[in-house]
Design a protein around this ligand. Structure first.
Ligand code: 5GP
Ligand code: MN
Length: 316
């Protein structure tokens, strides 16, 4: 595994970068990627971001057209917050595998260290913490634009500093970001307390469909095309309500099933205190963190659900 210092000097010694976040980009990978892009550009380098799938409206305030991958030959491909190569979808073959050299900056314990330079630290609450430290080690001035993106990254992956991944390091970094004049309240409101009407309509389906298993220790819900068309929401809006599946009193594991098609089911797994959901996800080809993981099944909802509920000893 490579250190922050090594990664910083590696980046400082190259000039043309393509940064790749994971599919369905969240605040951590988009905030970290855009902060890294701005930091590299401030050192006079070329940097672009290639998105495996588009960013959602919720994060548009940290996105700019000028970040988009255009017409230049990248030298170094940097995967940010990407737990495994397949999380880059087709961009793995199209860009990452073809780059002259590769870097991975990540915080998933299940990451197989797939790059030439691997800066992976599973104790970091967000990739944004690692990127903050890499940027600092490169001697970059923390502008407000960079700081706001790093704050989005860290706030999003800690649920606004609520989750158990939040540490003194998280707060130390956040404190430095504050000093760059960020609008913390505005960012928190945008990330956690603003919903489209369609997203709120979708919430009715999410709560109405909640099912409890194993004496109330596991709670699941599901979003399908019917819920989406009735509410006017899109599948990424379901992400706003994943946390609710583990919020019931006495619930240890929350499962949100996203029915992408008849045979593609994406499941988000969350736990509260003791179940390692990354181990559960890994068993079915997914991965993630101890308290937040994901897996995709190529089968029906009923069959995916039956598989996940088949081993209560792993879930409760
Ligand atoms: P979410 O449920 O929000 O999609 O993902 C929760 C966490 O698990 C995120 O850190 C995400 O990167 C990771 N994750 C989601 N799906 C997969 C997957 O299929 N494989 C791996 N390795 N990690 C995943
Ligand atoms: Mn992350």
């Amino acid at each position: 595994m490579n250190t922050i210092a090594h990664t910083a000097s590696y980046l400082a010694n190259h000039d043309n970068f393509i940064i790749i976040p994971h599919r369905s980009p969240d605040g951590d990978c988009l905030g970290s990627s855009s902060a890294l892009l701005l930091a590299l550009r401030s050192l006079g380098k070329n940097a672009r971001i290639a998105l495996p799938t588009p960013a959602t409206q919720r994060l548009s305030f940290i996105w700019d057209e000028s970040y988009e991958w255009g017409d230049f030959e990248p030298e170094v491909a940097v995967a940010v917050d990407v737990a495994d190569t397949y999380m880059m979808l087709g961009l793995y073959d199209e860009i990452f595998a073809k780059a002259k050299s590769t870097v991975c900056i990540d915080h998933h314990a299940t990451n197989p260290a797939f790059a030439d330079v691997n800066c992976i630290d599973a104790t970091a609450a967000a990739a944004g913490e690692i990127v903050s430290e890499v940027i600092e080690a490169m001697g970059v001035t923390l502008t407000r634009d960079i700081a706001e993106r790093l704050y989005v990254a860290i706030a999003d992956d800690t649920g606004g500093f609520q989750y158990s991944n939040t540490t003194d390091r998280t707060h130390r970094i956040a404190s430095k970001l504050f000093k760059s004049g960020i609008d913390s309240a505005g960012i928190m409101k945008a990330l956690f307390a603003t919903h489209t009407k369609a997203e709120l309509e979708l919430l009715k389906f999410v709560t109405a469909r909640m099912e409890y298993h194993f004496g109330g220790k596991v709670c699941l819900s599901w979003v399908d095309s019917e819920a989406l068309s009735a509410s006017g929401a899109e599948m990424p809006n379901a992400d706003a309500w994943i946390g609710l599946t583990r919020s019931g009193e006495g619930v240890e594991v929350g499962l949100m099933f996203k029915l992408i098609s008849d045979e593609e089911i994406r499941v988000s797994l969350r736990s509260n205190n003791y179940v390692d959901v990354s181990a559960v996800a890994k068993k079915f080809g997914g991965g993630g963190h101890v308290r937040a993981a994901g897996v995709t099944f190529s089968e029906s909802f009923e069959s995916a659900k039956a598989k996940l509920l088949a081993e209560p000893e792993k879930l409760v």
